[in-house]
Design a protein around this ligand. Structure first.
Ligand SMILES: Cc1cc2nc3c(=O)[nH]c(=O)nc-3n(C[C@H](O)[C@H](O)[C@H](O)COP(=O)(O)OP(=O)(O)OC[C@H]3O[C@@H](n4cnc5c(N)ncnc54)[C@H](O)[C@@H]3O)c2cc1C
Length: 353
């Protein structure tokens, strides 16, 4: 609705996407962020930002898969728009991912196929078994160590650093107001409090991720750790998963031979730096995947928490003057397209007017 004053609390993934969309409709948007607009206090910046409906549904509900397929169509369209508006390039691709396992762990590939058979049987034909020659054609450096694997053509990734920066530029260009280093102490329908001052708005959007704990019943934080590497001796062009009975590892590519390595998943709300144990587990598994990572440099070791509801599914709650959107858990980039569209619909129906 044009002209409505909207406060977006939390400029992580959801806050930025919703602010960008509402500005396009002519709303006056103010973003409140306890960190800076660089996003250093958000899970969104830490994430590997893989778009992996097949590998994620193995341990999630069917809905995650269906919403994830929608994301594979949504992101390329929205990224094209965002690139045009911001003048920034955002590396992204939906040209598949590769799954491998060491000889001793080959049964994990079979187990993964059985999980898919149980949840998405009609999509199993999209999963391709690879022999060494086929693996060589897709990811030649993996074929030196692995004689077989799986190819999941309907998976991809995007460069989250570039995406968050492009959203910041597009939001500012569209007239969005940034209140950085501003922690919102309390929020309610049509108002929020910073320090001792209540400020009125037509609608408040609560996009605080784990910061909403206490106000959203059942919300919990699930710790994750990632390493950001520069690996000049490694050339992988698509996301890769190593299936292992204990250490599940993924590698998400970034431009200029950079890779995001992840991720631990720990039922803890600790935001402490990455531990030695997690680094050892991630890096040992990584070296076993590709020895070229031995000479890589660790550019960042980041820990953050994923916001999760008891059923690990997202939540959109709307009432007049207040929209709460949360619970993206480990699928933020995969599910935000569906959640943003659902939130905008709820906003129109319930929040304003
Ligand atoms: C290690 C790791 C790896 C991940 N990998 C993937 C992946 O590969 N694919 C995928 O799809 N998803 C992934 N995710 C999940 C994804 O990052 C999250 O689901 C997503 O970022 C959640 O978005 P959000 O906007 O709800 O929260 P966030 O991105 O955390 O943003 C919330 C924002 O609110 C701000 N805030 C909080 N409280 C306040 C307050 N009181 N006042 C002002 N500001 C406040 C915070 O500073 C933050 O900027 C990963 C997450 C982690 C931690």
């Amino acid at each position: 609705m044009a002209g409505e004053s909207i406060a977006v609390v939390g400029a992580g993934l959801l806050g930025r996407l919703l602010a960008w969309k509402l500005l396009a409709r002519g709303c006056q948007v103010t973003l409140f962020e306890r960190g800076s607009r660089a996003g250093e206090r958000s899970a969104a910046r830490v994430a590997a930002s893989m778009l992996a409906p097949y590998t994620e549904v193995a341990s999630a509900e069917r809905r995650v898969f269906d919403w994830g397929l929608m994301a594979l169509r949504w992101w390329p369209e929205q990224i094209a728009l965002l690139q045009a508006e911001s003048g920034r390039q955002i590396a992204h691709a939906v040209d598949g991912s590769v799954v491998v396992a060491h000889d001793l762990d080959k049964s994990t590939l079979q187990h993964f196929m059985q999980q898919l058979q149980a949840v998405v049987p009609e999509h199993l034909e999209r999963v391709q078994r690879l022999d060494r020659a086929q693996l060589t054609a897709l990811e030649p450096e993996l074929a030196q160590r692995y004689g077989e694997g799986l190819y999941l053509p309907d998976e991809g990734y995007l460069d989250n650093t570039a995406l968050l920066a492009a959203l910041e530029t597009a939001i500012s260009a569209a007239g969005g107001q940034w209140r950085e280093h501003t922690e919102v102490a309390e929020l309610a329908p049509q108002r929020l409090r910073v320090g001792g001052d209540w400020q009125p708005f037509d609608c408040v959007l609560d996009c605080r991720g784990t910061g909403a704990k206490g106000q959203l019943a059942g919300l919990r934080a699930v710790r994750g750790e990632v390493l950001w590497l520069h690996a000049p001796e490694v050339q992988l062009s698509r996301p890769v998963r190593l299936m292992h009975p204990r250490y599940k590892l993924y590698v998400s590519p970034r431009p200029q031979q950079r890779y995001v390595i992840g991720a631990t998943e720990i039922e803890s709300e600790s935001m402490a730096p990455v531990t030695v144990r997690s680094s050892l587990e991630l890096l040992s598994a990584l070296y076993s995947l590709h020895s070229g990572f031995a000479e890589a440099t660790v550019e960042h070791a980041w820990a953050h928490c994923r916001p999760a509801m008891p059923d690990n599914l997202p939540v959109v709650r709307a009432e007049r003057g207040l929209l709460q959107v949360n619970g993206l858990y480990r699928h933020g980039y995969l599910l935000s397209p569906h959640v943003v569209e659902a939130a905008l619909e709820a906003f129109d129906r319930r929040c304003i007017g």
